[in-house]
Design a protein around this ligand. Structure first.
Ligand code: PLP
Length: 496
């Protein structure tokens, strides 16, 4: 008999099909005593289906053990900066799975989907209030898609102004998330990179020098990807508008300023939000995410379709803005994610959201102070949502790279942070604890990183092959991304 030991050495080497014993079952199927079959004899299956033959206990343990091999936000601290994984409250899932929401067909008559539509309308109003930008489309399916929507809206507005032909440049800081320049390029603009000043903010003199009648927009991330406030952004906004260009906010980091500062009040014309970062929804990983786009009165006619509006008859409907850039995807956006964000927004209210941003900032600064001196901190000033250290000392003195540090953190029981971003920080280690981690978790993470800094000094070799404790060690990451092996193979031949 095969004894199932989920934690045994060969676990994962065999599939459920090769485990268990003939005749063993996970469920008892009652014996059918009615008429034998209505199928013609020739169509009856004679050979075995070759299903896994395991008892229910074995099967549940098998899958539970497999699931535990993933590190998720429900397993522990997940300090990814920028891509931000924070705890997803289970009440969000409960709300989104209510049959009235979950079973609604996207093509249901709108009069019969008023509950869902009104919920989306209230979410729209909430996001407008929080950003100070009164018009919102919930349609984009990710932050990056919200960005594309915003830049296409600017394109359409410039076209209507008759200025699209000369305005072919978008200014983007060199600390920006890669999606910013990629979006500008996808929309057909040339990207001009703006360097970061010594204090980690935009180089204002450079912006002033670059602003002319060839600039369509400036894309700025607030707070920026160094976790820092963009000093003087209000004055820059005035200069940008005086030059006839638009100011775009990458609002992915709203979680640091929610309930305190509004993009509209700072002078931004359009912003996208990442609901996974600020409103506790799952990220989606390019799948079912949501990146609403919010804008000023001037850009409202160009919002992507649909927007949610309330008619004079009191009915809520999907509508197409007058000069809409069109649809970004089928149907109405990722409603399941939008509902989760709504649940979060309503559960906390404005005071709660303000408390969230305060806690997020406090946590990032706590981590900054705990790690101070153990790793280089190129922009050494109080931070907002995240803090970006550098592993350059470890590299220079011990030949240990940030990549090694990140992998070694797995052995210490944590998910690695974001690494090598923003590009302007050498050997960047970007950490974002988020507001959902308690102080003890932040201390434990800091202790692990301090222990790793000591290991780098004492025993750099242990770092180079890490992780040692995970079922799969170092991957060939290029091949894993370019030529992924997505089907199970005999372990000897599995190379990814
Ligand atoms: C600053 C910033 N901008 C844009 C994005 C892109 O968002 P998404 O991954 O939802 O496309 C991210 C990622 O979370 C981000 O951190």
């Amino acid at each position: 008999m095969t004894v199932l030991r989920p934690d045994s050495e060969d676990f994962g080497a065999r599939l459920s099909f090769d485990r268990g014993e003939p005749g063993r079952r996970a469920v008892d199927v009652p014996v059918w005593r009615g008429e034998q079959t209505l199928l013609p004899d020739a169509h009856l299956r004679r050979d075995s289906l070759r299903l896994p033959e395991m008892s229910q206990g074995e099967l549940v343990r098998y899958y539970t053990a497999l699931s535990a091999r993933n590190y998720g936000i429900d397993s522990g601290t997940y300090p990814l900066g920028s891509c931000t994984m924070k705890y997803n409250p289970k009440i969000n899932d409960l709300i989104a799975s209510q049959p009235g929401f979950a079973d609604a067909h996207p093509n249901a008559p709108q009069a019969e989907a008023q509950g869902t539509l009104r919920t989306l309308l209230e979410l729209r109003h909430g996001l407008a209030e929080l950003t100070g930008l009164p018009h919102v489309s919930l349609a984009p399916a990710a932050g990056a898609q919200g960005e594309l929507a915003g830049v296409l809206m600017i394109t359409a507005a410039l076209e209507d102004r008759g200025e699209l032909a000369p305005r072919r440049r978008i200014l983007v800081p060199d600390s920006a998330h890669g999606t910013n320049p990629a979006t500008a390029a996808m929309a057909g603009f040339t990207v001009t990179q703006i360097p970061t000043a010594e204090d980690g903010s935009l180089d204002h003199a450079m912006i002033e020098r670059e602003l002319d009648e060839t600039v369509a927009a400036v894309m700025v991330t607030v707070p920026n990807t160094l976790g820092l406030w963009e000093r003087g952004i209000e004055e820059v906004a005035v200069q940008i508008h005086d030059a006839g260009a638009y100011l775009y906010a990458d609002g992915a980091n709203l979680n640091a300023i929610m309930g305190r500062v509004r993009y509209g009040d700072l002078g931004f014309d359009v912003a996208h939000l990442n609901l996974h970062k600020s409103f506790s929804t799952p990220h989606g990983g390019g799948g079912p995410g949501a990146g609403p786009v919010c804008c000023s009165d001037e850009l409202a006619p160009y919002l992507p379709t649909p927007i949610v509006v309330e008619g004079d008859d009191g009915l809520v409907r999907f509508a197409a803005p007058e000069r809409s850039i069109g649809r970004l995807q089928q149907f109405h956006g990722n409603v399941g994610v939008l509902l989760r964000a709504y649940a979060y927004l309503r559960a906390l209210g404005l005071d709660g959201l303000r408390a969230v941003s305060g806690q997020a900032v406090l946590n990032a600064n706590y981590l900054r102070v705990l790690l101070h001196g153990h790793y280089d901190l190129p922009y050494d000033r109080p931070v907002l949502h995240e803090v970006v250290f550098s592993g350059s000392r470890q590299r220079r003195e011990h030949g240990v790279r940030t990549y090694d540090i990140a992998k070694r953190l797995i052995d210490h029981g944590f998910h690695p942070p974001t690494v090598y971003f923003p590009l302007i920080v050498e050997e960047a280690l970007m950490l974002e604890p988020t507001e959902t981690e308690p102080p003890e978790a932040i201390e434990a993470l800091a202790q692990a990183l301090i222990a790793i800094a000591e290991e780098a000094e004492r025993d750099p070799d242990i770092m180079h092959g890490a992780p040692w404790s995970s079922p799969i060690g170092r991957l060939d990451e290029t091949n894993a991304a370019r030529r992924p092996v997505l089907r199970w193979q005999e372990p000897a031949s599995a190379d990814v």
